[in-house]
Ligand binder design. Structure first.
Ligand SMILES: O=C[C@H](O)[C@H](O)[C@H](O)COP(=O)(O)O
Length: 228
């Protein structure tokens, strides 16, 4: 059986090697991004690499602080040199679904502000067509029911994300997430535009024209795809 953790680590190490001295870096969220963040911190300690970073979630922020990575607030930054982040699915055109961990809002802001975005993952992440992974849609609580109504009209099953104790999951923005089971998204661009037109939708998990490079761990190395 494929060792997905080892694949994540290989992808993360390869991406962390792209970090150069003096960069302003976006740190992604999730299990794969965590490997990259730990490797970046190791390079800072052992190789004297200097950088400043922004965190795409409170969890990543806490990890970065614990590793001694200097952080700035995204709100005071107009451009990032590089973002390294995971993904839930990525297709051959480097369109991705993100937000399985609920960090999509900040991740998308960082991705859009980055000169370059590298997505890292294991061999379970590449897909021919997006949509098997349920699409996260982050919604301001004020608009919960009205957005639910509009999402239901799209015809796919939707579920309000909940925590282990049954309470609604709250994002870092204290918003909620609907997970939408499209199964197959044939026109990601059209769907993204539809979701963005719904008042109260803070972010959706479709990342289109944002990923520049995908680094996928394999059994014995990595496979790298660049967007043209
Ligand atoms: O909200 C979470 C992020 O979009 C993650 O990058 C994504 O869910 C992938 O996470 P993982 O690397 O743990 O599979």
């Amino acid at each position: 059986m494929a060792d997905l953790e080892a694949q994540k680590q290989r992808a993360a190490l390869r991406a962390a090697a792209e970090v150069a001295d003096g960069m302003l870096l976006g740190l992604g969220t999730g299990s794969t991004a965590t490997y990259a963040i730990r490797e970046i911190a190791r390079r800072m300690r052992e190789e004297g690499l200097r950088l400043t970073a922004i965190a795409t979630s409170s969890a990543t922020g806490a990890l970065a602080v614990s590793l001694g990575i200097p952080l700035r607030s995204m709100g005071e930054i107009d451009q990032l040199d590089l973002v390294i982040d995971g993904a839930d699915e990525i297709d051959p055109a480097l369109r991705a679904i993100k937000g399985g961990g609920g960090a999509l809002f900040r991740e998308k802001i960082a991705a859009a502000a980055a000169v370059r975005m590298i997505v890292i993952g294991d061999s379970s992440k590449p897909v021919e067509t997006l949509g098997r992974f349920k699409l996260p849609v982050e919604v301001h609580p004020f608009a919960l029911r009205s957005v639910q109504h509009q999402l239901e009209a799209l015809g796919a099953p939707i579920a309000l994300r909940s925590r282990a104790d049954g309470a609604p999951f709250a994002t870092d923005q204290q918003a909620n997430i609907f997970d939408v089971a499209f199964d197959r998204i044939d026109d990601a661009g059209a769907l993204a535009r539809m979701l963005e037109a719904m008042p109260g939708v803070l972010a959706h998990g479709l990342f289109i024209d944002l990923v520049d490079t995908a680094i996928i761990g394999t059994e014995d190395g990595v496979s790298i795809t660049n967007r043209h």
